[in-house]
Design a binder for this molecule. Structure first.
Ligand SMILES: [Zn+2]
Length: 153
C-alpha cells in the first residue's frame, strides 16, 4: 500500500484513508513549514525522504513530484472517488492501524486497562489507543459514517 502525504487542501481525506489502512501523513501536522502553510520545496523533500506519494490539488506541485496524485474536486467524497479512479483500493479495515487524529500507530487496549471517560469500557467494546497522541478509538457512529461513505463510492 502506498504511503501518502496529503497536501494542505486535502486534509479531510486523512481520516478516511487512515481508516482504510493507509499511512497518510498530513502536511500541516508535519514539523515542516509554518502556520502560513508548507512550502512546496519542503513538502517535496519530505515526500522523497520518507517515500510518500503526494496527494494534492496543486497542479504545479503535482507536476514537480514524480508520482503525485492530482485531485481536481473540492468535496471530500468526490476526492475519494477520484482516488478510486486513480486505482486506490478503499475499504475500511476491521482493525484500524493509524490514528485518525495524528496518523500515529494504534494498538489495541486490553480489557483490564483503564480508558478515559470519553471512551467505552474495553471489556465490552474493542478500543485502540494511539501510541503518539494517546487518543482512543472505537467503532462508534463516526466509524459507521465513514464505512457508509466508502461503500457509496
Ligand atoms: Zn494520534
Amino acid at each position: 500500500m502506498d504511503r501518502l502525504v496529503l497536501d494542505v487542501m486535502c486534509g479531510k481525506l486523512a481520516t478516511y484513508l487512515r481508516m482504510c489502512g493507509y499511512d497518510a501523513a498530513y502536511a500541516l501536522d508535519l514539523p515542516i513549514g509554518s502556520d502560513e502553510g508548507v512550502p512546496d520545496d519542503e513538502l517535496l523533500t519530505y515526500a522523497q525522504d520518507t517515500g510518500r506519494r503526494i496527494v494534492t490539488r496543486d497542479r504545479d506541485l503535482a507536476r514537480r513530484a514524480e508520482d503525485a496524485v492530482l485531485l481536481k474536486r473540492r468535496e471530500t467524497e468526490d476526492q475519494l472517488g477520484e482516488l478510486v479512479a486513480a486505482g486506490f483500493a478503499l475499504s475500511v479495515d476491521e482493525e484500524p492501524s493509524f490514528c485518525g487524529a495524528c496518523n500515529g500507530p494504534l494498538t489495541g487496549v486490553s480489557p483490564e486497562e483503564p480508558t478515559p471517560d470519553y471512551a467505552p469500557d474495553p471489556a465490552t467494546v474493542d478500543v485502540w489507543r494511539c501510541q503518539s497522541c494517546g487518543q482512543h478509538f472505537w467503532k462508534g457512529s463516526h466509524w459507521d459514517d465513514v464505512v457508509e461513505t466508502i461503500e457509496r463510492l
